[in-house]
Design a protein around this ligand. Structure first.
Ligand code: AMP
Length: 283
């Protein structure tokens, strides 16, 4: 596996691959890798000639400096996991490499409605930071296929919109991969490493709440289901940012389900200082 730290050299490398008509798959991450990340890499390997993974903890997308400072770093295990997965190249850039001085001027992306709700509402500036790093990474790597996890549902929508806005949608195909879970249902997440033993056990309440909502949607009114769901989470010690049911294509919240529209249930909640998100589609 090639370990690359320089954006310019990586760009040259991918240009070479394109010249020889090789297909490049790309998996961007922030490290502290788990089986969910590796499943994206494996999918890319199965669908491309070359797979590139990046590890970069993007300061621009952390609205809470504490969250940034405490973001788990397990770089040696990460390198080992990426190498054993069969990935061809791991990109490990510094902050200066991603944000050189000349690009510092605050780039703004017009995301519209999607930035005003859910993660956008509770984490102001977060998606601007996501767009900033993704534009930079996509221009460096120029992948044919980009692999993202459904775990970050709204982020997938934002990145797809960014790709369209940048007129890269003819060149880059986005593939959304399913959320990998622990055996007890908790969605795998780098932030799970920050939970203590008791918090880790209680954290499964998010998954159980998603299942509860999926079961109740046929039996009860949505506002009532949401109230009951928040109660379940609060009783397990969560501080809830949101429990929302929305149209899976537009993310517009719904208060009544027609039984036809594909919907997504989204939850974000704090277990003490650790903010967890998860979602489930219902059709
Ligand atoms: P992160 O390192 O958290 O920025 O995640 C990097 C990529 O892995 C994103 O596209 C995530 O949506 C995806 N990802 C994170 N957790 C999971 C999971 N449990 N299952 C599948 N993909 C995931």
């Amino acid at each position: 596996m090639i370990l690359e730290k320089k954006a310019g050299d990586l760009h040259k490398y991918t240009e070479e691959q394109h010249k020889t008509k090789l297909k490049v798959g790309f998996v961007p991450t922030m490290g502290a890798l788990h089986a969910g990340h590796i499943s994206l890499i494996k999918k890319s390997i199965s669908e491309n000639d070359i797979t590139i993974c990046s590890i970069f903890i993007n300061p621009a997308q952390f609205n809470d400096p504490n969250d940034f400072n405490k973001y788990p770093v397990t770089i040696e295990q990460d390198i080992f996991q990426v190498e054993t997965s069969g990935c061809n190249l791991l990109f490990l850039p510094s902050v200066e490499e991603i944000y050189p001085k000349e690009t510092e001027a605050g780039q703004h992306y017009n995301l519209g409605y999607i930035e005003t709700i859910l993660e956008g509402k509770f984490r102001p500036g977060h998606f601007m930071g996501v767009c900033k790093v993704m534009e930079r990474l996509l221009r460096i790597v120029e992948p044919d296929n980009l692999y993202l996890g459904q775990k970050d549902y709204q982020q997938c929508m934002v990145i797809k919109q960014l790709i369209t806005d940048l007129k890269l949608d003819k060149k880059i195909k986005t593939i959304i991969c399913p959320t990998l879970r622990e055996p007890d249902g908790l969605a795998m997440s780098s932030r799970n490493l920050r939970l203590n033993e008791q918090e880790r056990k209680d954290a499964t309440a998010i998954y159980h709440t998603l299942l509860y909502i999926k079961d109740q949607i046929h039996k009860n009114e949505i506002p009532e289901i949401k109230r009951a769901a928040e109660k379940i989470l609060t009783e397990k010690g969560f501080l809830v940012d949101y429990v929302e049911l929305a149209d899976a294509n537009t993310l517009k919240p719904i208060n009544r389900w027609d039984g036809d529209t594909i919907i997504v249930v989204l939850i974000a909640a704090f277990m003490n200082n650790v903010r967890l998100i998860d979602n489930m589609t219902i059709n």
